[in-house]
Design a protein around this ligand. Sequence first.
Ligand SMILES: C[S@@+](CC[C@H](N)C(=O)[O-])C[C@H]1O[C@@H](n2cnc3c(N)ncnc32)[C@H](O)[C@@H]1O
Length: 300
Amino acid sequence: MEWTKVTVATVNEAVEAIANILTEAGAEGIQIEDASINDTLVGDVAAVSAFFPETVFVPEKLPLIRQRVLQLTEFGLSIGEGSVNLQQVADDDWATAWKKYYQPTRLTRFLTVVPSWTDYQPTDEREALIRMDPGMAFGTGTHPTTHLSVQMLEMVLRGGEQLIDVGTGSGVLSIAAAHLGVQDIRAYDVDQVAVDAAVANFDLNPVTQGIIAKPNDLLHGITGAADVIVANMLPVVLVPLIPQVPALLKEGGHLLLAGIITEKEAVIRETLSANGLMVEESLHMGDWVGLITRLKTDED
Ligand SMILES: C[S@@+](CC[C@H](N)C(=O)[O-])C[C@H]1O[C@@H](n2cnc3c(N)ncnc32)[C@H](O)[C@@H]1O
């Protein structure tokens, strides 16, 4: 079988958004390259490739893909070169591409994300595995913003908390939280395809029994407070999310934010402050920032 490979040349900041556009256009697999895995790319230059099966007539889809990539700039996102290129690839190349780019990745000392088709075994008894189907959209769990999110979860969770995962995507953060002892998890995503992908990934990970996954726009209409709210999303979505958080965060609870490129950190901090939240700690990975925040108290 032949596949059509569509590659968008971009920068790190836009990688997740472009992956979503390509998935929504009918891609069956996404491959992300940046300087950490491809020597020919330097700095924050990145490439997102999507593989479409023969049954999809890709040239028909290209104008909309191009238009949606360009529209990202309207949300304040830098897209870099933004060029879109087509290539036919044979099945064998595709199989090799998966193997090359989706390797088990140790996110933290205790959590490793593993493509579902590998037989990777933990190297020690404390290493827990997050099994993900790499054919599904919304990240394989190896993006730096996901790394930061999992690191922040590991820093604040002690077990037994209630957690809300906003923009769950592949469900990776909910699976990580379940491994860290959280049983009461609500996972939401505005996109039904993402919710379906998350549910399928929950089924691959026995630890996730009982997670509620539903389509929802941010936290509109959600009731019932949580100890931890985690959101790895673009700043353009985090800004309207933040004012919804204080009503849903228990006293002493944490809001964990990732998906923030360094240039957008100031606007996120301003929005947090205007809504009675303060930054307890910030984590950095490349150009990305993760913020551990909590409600301000009288002592602050
Ligand atoms: C960068 S992905 C994060 C996926 C996953 N949580 C992770 O950390 O790898 C962002 C997700 O947010 C979702 N999203 C975007 N806007 C949203 C909204 N208004 N409400 C809920 N989810 C949203 C997207 O569909 C996407 O799945």
